[in-house]
Design a protein around this ligand. Structure first.
Ligand code: SME
Length: 160
């Protein structure tokens, strides 16, 4: 698979391309580590203005760092802690426009400004979260949330 960085005129087109490429990756293997590693690389390649893209996976009741692209990050997060733990505990997407104003945020990179965390949910079952950071304030909106929720649904249905 040779995927080049591309420019997308709209977020709709961007997330359609992310979904279709992830779907192609899932046809290659159903190994979760391999697919999530490739999807984190895909998100880093296609999404403009992001500094960290990756996954935390639910293991023994905690979120454990999974495949990602970016700086080394906190390895384990308790449910309810940080933006990731909040998204997991509430099973709801969290969009943080200004991480410095968010008391619950766990800083992994001082230059990070905004963040989105989307739970990996299949029906009632939680498998982890998708986490994306940006150095740009208020980088993420409802279109990002919708596009990533669709990706999360695909990954859960095919991998877990
Ligand atoms: N900021 C996250 C921690 C993980 S890093 O962003 C990669 C949080 O508050 O849960």
């Amino acid at each position: 698979m040779d995927i080049e960085k591309r420019y997308f005129p709209t977020k709709r087109e961007l997330y359609d391309a992310v979904y279709d490429t992830a779907d192609a990756m899932l046809r290659e293997t159903d190994d979760a580590c391999a697919v999530l590693a490739n999807v984190s690389a895909l998100l880093m390649l296609f999404l403009p203005d992001v500094s960290w893209t990756g996954f935390y996976l639910l293991k023994r009741g905690r979120l454990v760092l999974g495949p990602f692209q970016g700086k080394p990050a906190v390895a384990e997060i308790e449910m309810g802690r940080g933006v990731c733990g909040t998204a997991a505990a509430e099973r709801r997407t969290q969009i943080v426009a200004d991480v410095h104003a968010c008391k619950n945020h766990i800083a992994c990179d001082a230059s990070s400004a905004s963040e989105i965390v989307v739970p990996l949910l299949d029906g009632g079952a939680l498998f982890g979260v998708i986490d994306i950071d940006s150095r740009k304030p208020a980088r993420f909106d409802e279109e990002d949330a919708a596009g990533l929720a669709r990706l999360a649904e695909l990954l859960c249905r095919k991998l877990f």
